[in-house]
Design a protein around this ligand. Structure first.
Ligand SMILES: *Cc1c(COP(=O)(O)O)cnc(C)c1O
Length: 365
């Protein structure tokens, strides 16, 4: 068959190991998954109550327009309903953007390491990519500007960045957006925005009027605790959303996911409490790293990228045997570090004991 040439060098996404699989392999009775930045506090009570009592009609196609979720989000953010695009998770939004704007002959810019789906989708569309190395975990935005050519169609900015967790300071991001030509789409992936506590962040939605070439991606997968439902959305100028909507599959979100996301929006107090609890626990990781002289990137998210004294795959394996699934930095482009989702206080107590053992048994740097 005539597969796209580029697929030869590409690998499919490799999901992290499941709790069940690790329990069986290592004969453990309790395993904590801290590998995919899911919410350790679950999801809002309003969602659980709805799921116990749902009378949705399964034989009816979902509302291809996103139902009243669209209205609720437009009210929450003070944007037009036409300014919202739904994706089957932000993952799908990235593929919609790439399909709509990238092909052979076009060019996209992104950081490295960052969320891998930007480069992955751009390559499938045949586009050339420039991956700009982070500097101390931060996007090197001046270097992004230098990479812009006549072919550049999309710039992906992950803010805060995965896997480092760093937030781009407000003035750096705004001065960058000011310098990017208007015909280039700047995608701001804000998957972790609900966890940000640093006041020097960009309120990107308020920038939309001034910069119609930005597209803000958000998701219900992380802080809202609804990763399994696959629902994300983008907010942009209607003139950007309209062509993207032509690429979107007509019923890309199922009825249950749409309704559950609506319920989740009713409980903003849940998100506030997760932000607070997460920030407290994040501080503990900072202290732990400082006490043990381990490098830790300055995270504003619900995960941390922390240095380990041995090879990152070995360190992840060590923690796995103790019942903690984390992400090895080797696969993320950050060797000698592991990415750990910030768990609950109790989960972190146990994680720190396992980490103590790692440091004792495997020695320091
Ligand atoms: C988790 C994540 C996503 C994907 O979110 P979904 O809505 O679950 O597809 C997008 N971007 C970043 C940076 C992420 O970490």
């Amino acid at each position: 068959m005539k597969w796209k040439q580029v697929l030869r060098e590409m690998k499919p996404y490799k999901p992290g190991r499941s709790i069940e699989e690790v329990m069986e392999t290592y004969n453990l009775t309790e395993v904590v998954k801290l590998a995919s930045n899911e919410n350790p506090y679950g999801c809002a009570k309003s969602v659980k109550e709805f799921l116990n009592s749902s009378t949705l009609r399964f034989e009816i196609y979902p509302d291809g327009n996103g139902g009243t979720l669209r209205k609720k989000l437009s009210e929450k953010y003070g944007v037009d309903e036409e300014a919202i695009l739904f994706g089957n998770g932000s993952d799908e939004t990235i593929s919609i953007i790439s399909r709509a704007l990238l092909d052979k002959g076009s060019h996209a810019i992104m950081a490295t390491p960052t969320f891998p789906q930007y480069a992955h989708n751009a390559k499938i569309e045949g586009a050339a990519i420039s991956e700009i190395p982070l500097v101390d975990g931060q996007h090197d935005l001046p270097a992004f500007l230098e990479e812009i050519t006549d072919q550049t169609a999309v710039i992906f900015v992950c803010n805060p960045n995965n896997p480092t967790g760093n937030l781009i300071p407000k003035k750096n991001l705004i001065s960058f957006i000011e310098k990017v030509p208007e015909h280039i789409l700047i995608v701001l992936d804000e998957a972790y925005i609900e966890f940000v506590t640093e006041p020097d962040y960009v309120d990107s939605i308020s920038l939309l009027k001034r910069f119609p070439n930005i597209l803000i991606m958000r998701t219900f997968s992380k802080a809202y605790g609804l990763a399994s439902f696959r629902i994300g959305y983008a907010i942009g100028s209607p003139s950007v959303i309209e062509p993207l909507n032509k690429v979107r599959n007509p019923f890309n979100n199922n009825s249950l996911a749409i309704t559950v996301a609506e319920k989740a929006l009713e409980d903003e107090a849940f998100i506030d409490s997760c932000r607070l609890l997460n920030a407290e626990q994040r501080e503990r990781f900072k202290q732990y790293a400082a006490q043990n002289s381990l490098n830790l990137f300055d995270s504003q998210t619900n995960f941390v990228l922390i240095e380990v004294p041995i090879d990152a795959d070995e360190a992840s394996e060590f923690l796995l045997e103790k019942g903690f699934i984390v992400r090895s930095g080797n696969a993320l482009g950050t060797p000698h570090h592991v990415r750990i989702t910030i768990g609950t206080e109790e989960q972190n107590n146990r994680l720190f004991s396992a980490f103590d053992q790692l440091l004792m048994e495997k020695g320091r740097k």
